[in-house]
Design a protein around this ligand. Sequence first.
Ligand SMILES: [Zn+2]
Length: 687
Amino acid sequence: MKPPAACTGDALDVAAPCSAVNHLRWDLNAQQIAELTTELIEQTKRVYDRVGTQEPQDVSYENTLKALADVEVSYTVQRNILDFPQHVSPSKDIRTASTEADKKLSEFDVEMSMRQDVYQRIVWLQEKVQKDSLRPEASRYLERLIKLGRRNGLHLPEETQEKIKSIKKKLSLLCIDFNKNLNEDTTFLPFTREELGGLPEDFINSLEKTEDEKLKVTLKYPHYFPLLKKCHVPETRRKVEEAFNCRCKEENCAILRELVRLRAQKSRLLGFSTHADYVLEMNMAKTSQVVATFLDELAQKLKPLGEQERAVILELKRVECEQRGLAFDGCINAWDMRYYMNQVEETRYRVDQNLLKEYFPMQVVTRGLLGIYQELLGLSFQLEEGAAVWHEDVALYAVRDAASGKLIGKFYLDLYPREGKYGHAACFGLQPGCLRKDGSRQIAIAAMVANFTKPTPDAPSLLQHDEVETYFHEFGHVMHQLCSQAEFAMFSGTHVERDFVEAPSQMLENWVWEAEPLLRMSQHYRTGSSIPQELLDKLIKSRQANTGLFNLRQIVLAKVDQALHTQTAADPAKEYARLCQEILGVPATPGTNMPATFGHLAGGYDAQYYGYLWSEVYSADMFHTRFKQEGVLSGKVGMDYRSCILRPGGSEDASVMLKLFLGRDPKQDAFLLSKGLQVEGCEPPAC
Ligand SMILES: [Zn+2]
């Protein structure tokens, strides 16, 4: 199919001159962070004060809308300099100062978002300006500010506004603490070598030891996931799974209850019956009813597949118990799930993950990944030697448009775990790609932060295939940040609808399931040979392994999130346990409280976790409709993708971008097929 005409052409905004400056710095000490925070608040507040005191007749585009847009650009950059170190700084003092700064700035954000005087000037401006006299993006910005003002209750009586403000302040502090508690968790469990049976030598050798020579297993991802997948001692898996889902149990459980209560209270003040409805108004889904229907229908369709898969892993467990002389309890426990799902991959699909990872040394994967992205999106990356970074493990790259040579942005890669570091994989936008005050285009800068297996003196960092997938996923967000060419910071990069934001990065996960790109990102770490064809075929087939159980688990998480934000009285742990049993058929471990460890609930995904599944509808459609048809490494489709999906950032509605790229409205077929489900009148995708 031909791409729509509107997609073609130069993907770069040639109109604005480029400002190639990296405004970020990472050399601040704790005291400087505190001082600059105060300074930033004062400077920014002055701009708001100026805007908020304009006389009605003086209100203009320049002195309200543009003034607010300009201060947003500089504020965002400065704020990131101050609050990003809490996630990555190697110094505890700096992390603490940065968290403190974040709290102060979050409180300030609430203050500014609740400025009725400023809102009033924007309303006057809207009444005054001719709609078509504004550029489309400026007009969108104006409408968005009014919408956000109303969503903060600035059109309501002052007393209500005060209540909302106080709730918002409490909420932001609670969210920071919730995730801080998880990041700073240093729990470890000591085990003997025998208790870690089944784990590979390089894993065992990488573990630190306790004074009595036991091996320390932490609850960070590079320990938790391999152990749950490979350790054949059920009691060890049970202990680790239990500890993992008991992290910060007391403190985060209390925070979560308070979060849920306050969110519901605020939404009611704003005239919404639930917090979910308040949040979803801004998303593609629009209402909690639409989300519930989407999740229920999908759960219904996946149920038979999940039951089949559960029967298969139960049989694997029975056989193993017999072989190892263990008592068979006749059910799949939470700590058995990953272990036997991994066995399905290894026995049914015959993918030996330990052998496979020998083909994924970090450097080869990085080289392959960067190469594929450059080719696909028409970009070129250069490592900046000796760049100022926050830790020696971090690398900085410059990104240029390959055709014009124009610098469009930079990205940091921070890939290995450290104590006190952010515990998941994520992309942080640090400098928004948008227009600056003088009309020049500011380059976009983002950081990818992850926790991949670290190299040891005798073994390089070898990635599990799912780590390679995570790498592609997060890097997809990085590309979204860098390739967007919005005018306003508010619409830069990944500032799209929350239930669409995952689609671009999910789509790019497809490359780790296709032969050609896989061969480009792999090479045996000792022999330098390629992945043998047979292993490659098996790996690609194994994408269908456990789809039922995996997606049902995603539905459980999405439904827990929806439940908490539609029925305030729901008990998080009980609700989770109920849904696990009902949908997944696997009980939650007694005494655990998974929701207290569920960072998304306090990380901007409240009532929006369903977005992972929802946006997969679009990622599958985009991949199968265009890339699979025209070539997975087709630079032409890649450029269309960059122009139609990445370039607009949030300056267009996702539905408009999708229609442009697909040449029609999106549909669910490719998504359902990718989950191993039948779709009437459709052939399954060749894989
Ligand atoms: Zn993501």
